[in-house]
Design a binder for this molecule. Sequence first.
Ligand code: PFF
Length: 448
Amino acid sequence: MERENFGTRFGVLVAMAGSAIGLGNLWRFPYLVGSYGGAAFVFVYIICVFILCLPILFSEVIIGRRSSSNAFGAYRKLAPGTKWKWLGVLSIVTPLIIVSYYSVVGGWGVEYFFKAAMFEFTTGVTRSELGSMFSKFTSSVWAPLMGHSIFLLLTAFIVISGVKSGIEKFGKIMMPLLFVLIIVIAVRAVTLPGAAEGLKYLFSPDFSKIDASVCSAALGQAFFSLSLGMGTMLTYGSYISKKENLAASSTYTAVSDTLFALLASCAIMPAVFAFGLNPQEGPSLVFETLPFIFSNMPMGGIVAILFFLALIVAALTSSISLYEVVVAYLVEEKQYTRRGASILVFIVAWVLGALCSLSFGPLSSFKIFGQTIFNLFDKLSANILMPVGGLLLVIFAGWVMKKDDVISEFTNGGTLKCNRKISGFVYFMIRYICPLIVIAVFASSLIF
Ligand code: PFF
C-alpha cells in the first residue's frame, strides 16, 4: 500500500507546529515558569530549545524521513537485527501513555469551555468557590470521564480521516485560528492596569535562581513542548516528501512553539500580577487562577470562551500526533486497517486515561512510587521517558546511522546550499554535544 505524505509545505509546518503547540504551552509552561522563578526559567528554557533540542529535532525528523517508516519500523529498518528495536518499542509505548493523560487534561478543557460558554465564572463567584469548583470537578467520577471521552473521540475521528484529509486539513484551519486567539487574549492581559509587573517577572531574569532543578525542569519541558523523543516527530518526518527542507520546517516549528509559549505566558502572568495572585499555583493555574481573573476582567466572559477554545484546539492538534504514532505502527507493522487501529488505540488510551482521571478522586490514595497515577504518568513521561528517548535517538543518529546518510538527508543530497554550510556543525552537535548535555542534566537532576 502506498504511504500517504503531507501534501504541501504549509501542511508540514502546521502539522509539526500543531504537534508541538499544545497543553505544554498553555498549561504546563506557564505553571512551570511560576514554580521555577519566572524569567530565569524562561531564559534556560530558550537555550534548551534552540541549542540542545533543535539538533535533536533534526535527528528525529531525519530518522523518520530516511526510513519512511513508523517509529517502530524505522529502527528495525535502519539497524536491522539489533537491540535498537527496543527504542522503537519505547517510541510506541510512551505516546500511548501520554495521549491517555493528555486526553484527561484536554477533557478538563472541554468542561471548562462549556462552563465558560454558560458564563459560570463570570456570575459573581469568589476565588475560593472557583478553587473548590476545580477540585470538586476533578475529584468527581463522571464529569471528567465525559470530558476525556469527548476529547479522545474527537482525536480518533481526525486520525481516522487520514494524514492529508484529517491531520493536515485540521491543522491548516486551526493553527492560524489558534495564533489569532492567543494574540487577542495576550493583548487583553497586557493592557490591564498593573500588568507590567507580570511582564517583568517573565522577561527580567534573576540568574541566581538557576540551579540543577531549574535546568532539568526546563529541559524536560523543552522535550515535552517540542514533542521530542517519542516517535511523534519521527512519524511526521516520515510523511515529509524528499523535496522538503527538513531543517527549515524543524526550525520554524521550534520558533513558533517558543513564540506561542511566550504569548501564552503573556496572556496569563500579567493578569496574575494585575490581580495580585500567586504565580506559583502549579498545575491548577489555568483552571483555578485564570477563571478568577476572567471573572474580574472587563470582557472576561468572552475572553474565557476564547481561551478554553484555544486550549482545546491546541490540545487536539497535539493529541492527534501522539495518536498517529501508535496508529501508524499498527497499520504498517500489524496490518490493521486505519479504522481498526484507531479503535484499538481508543480503547487502550481510554482505559489508561480513565485511571488517570480517577486518580483525582476515588483512586487518589492509590500511589505508585509515592505518586498518583496521573502524576506518575506526567513525571515519568516528561522527566524520564522523553529525555531518555531523545538521548537514545540522538545517539542513534550520531553514532549508528552513517554520517553520509544523515548529512544527505539534512541537505537533500547536497542540493540545499545553506544546510550544507551548517551541516558539519549540526552533525557535531548531534554526535557529541547533545548527548553529553542531556546526560549531564539528567544525572544532575537525579543527584541533586
Ligand atoms: N508538544 C505537546 C505540547 O506541548 O502540549 C505535547 C506532546 C505532543 C508531547 C506530542 C509529545 C508528543 F509526542
